[in-house]
Design a protein around this ligand. Structure first.
Ligand SMILES: [Zn+2]
Length: 352
């Protein structure tokens, strides 16, 4: 199979260019890909007025750059992100991404930090199967999870998220794109934009990929206000998104009380494996959530103590970071993340 690659350059900066994969050009042979190339590329460019085209190519599936996917169960694959903070990463590819192959179609769980990463995920899927990607499920609004979506939407996938995801993305899209542009080279972020979901989950939604069922469950406010989990029934695997962090220090951007409550309610039936938002796949619920639960309880305890002592936030935050130092082992980006978490926890708990 052949794929249409457009070389796109930032308008006004002809030296900043990157390959853009256009799924509409997917064809069984080279001639089929080449025949539609010009029209598809100009149609796409007309919707991206910050970019200018500099030629097209047709590339065989095996020659496309592709993410490395690990098979964790039949028809179930994970890209394992580097469990560090965005600021400490060269390319922002820090989140775990999932691929579920059903009898008729494929679902993607989170799309990565950029169009480029989304394209490499798309290419990795095409090496595994020709089945269409029917769904992109976004576990929450954070940029390392959602910015690779466009290529899948162009391939015909329905984009699904929590009922609160559209608002979260609309409010934060601009600042997410600005901060990714500040962190990473322009070639890496070229063509990256926000894609709003086509459908949302109020409570629970079932998806059928053809003899393979996924259950999507919207969580109450916890890590963020738009957390969504995905359970694959065939393999009894739970994708938790960032409701579970491993190795990378948890980031609180929703509700500490809500998050602790979510962690206190193990899923029923018990999953056979759990794919966290960051860090390695876990075999049991206890293994998945144990260290994070201890971390968040310690955060709650240290924050409440400072609030009860009447300390203002500016004084409390460094003391909370200090008080939590004995938990630092095993967590990446500990001090910077705890300072952010202490600020969020203080703001939430001072009114309780
Ligand atoms: Zn997150």
């Amino acid at each position: 199979m052949f794929h249409l690659i457009l070389t796109a350059c930032l308008a006004g900066s002809a030296g900043t260019c990157a390959p853009v994969l256009l799924p509409a050009g997917y064809a069984a042979d080279l001639a089929g890909c080449e025949s539609g190339a010009g029209q598809i590329a100009s149609g796409w460019l007309s919707r991206h007025d910050d970019l200018a085209g500099r030629g097209t190519d047709c590339v065989a599936t095996d020659d496309l750059p592709a993410l490395e996917l690990h098979k964790i169960a039949p028809g179930l694959f994970v890209f394992q992100g580097d469990p560090v903070q965005l600021e400490d990463s060269g390319d922002g590819r820090i989140a775990n991404l999932g691929v579920v192959i059903g009898g008729a179609s494929v679902a993607v769980i989170d799309s990565g930090v950029s169009r480029a990463q989304g394209q490499e995920l798309y290419a990795a899927i095409r090496r595994l199967t020709d089945k269409p990607v029917s769904h992109v499920i976004l576990t929450h609004a954070h940029p390392d999870h959602v910015l690779g979506t466009a290529v899948f939407q162009e391939a015909g996938a329905t984009v699904i998220g929590h009922r609160a995801l559209p608002l979260a993305l609309e409010l934060r899209a601009g600042s997410y794109l600005d901060s990714m542009d500040a962190l990473f080279p322009p070639e890496q972020m070229l063509g990256t934009g926000i894609v709003l979901p086509d459908a949302t989950v109020d409570d629970v939604l079932e998806i059928d990929l053809g003899a393979r069922r996924l259950t999507l469950t919207a969580a109450p406010t916890a890590h963020t206000d738009s957390d969504l989990t995905v359970f694959d029934h065939a393999s009894a695997t739970l994708f938790s998104g960032d409701l579970i962090f491993r190795l990378l220090t948890p980031i609180l951007d929703g509700s500490l009380s809500g998050w602790l409550q979510w962690l206190d309610t193990p899923p029923d039936p018990a999953p056979r494996r759990i794919v966290p938002g960051h860090g390695p796949v876990a075999a049991t619920w206890a293994e998945a959530v144990g260290p994070q639960t201890r971390f968040l309880r310690a955060l709650e305890h240290a924050t409440r103590a400072r609030i009860l002592a009447g300390q203002p936030m500016s004084q409390a935050v460094p003391e909370i970071v200090h008080a939590m130092q004995d938990m630092a082992a095993g967590w990446n980006a500990f001090d910077a993340s705890v300072a952010r978490d202490a600020t969020a926890a203080y703001k939430e708990l001072e009114w309780q």
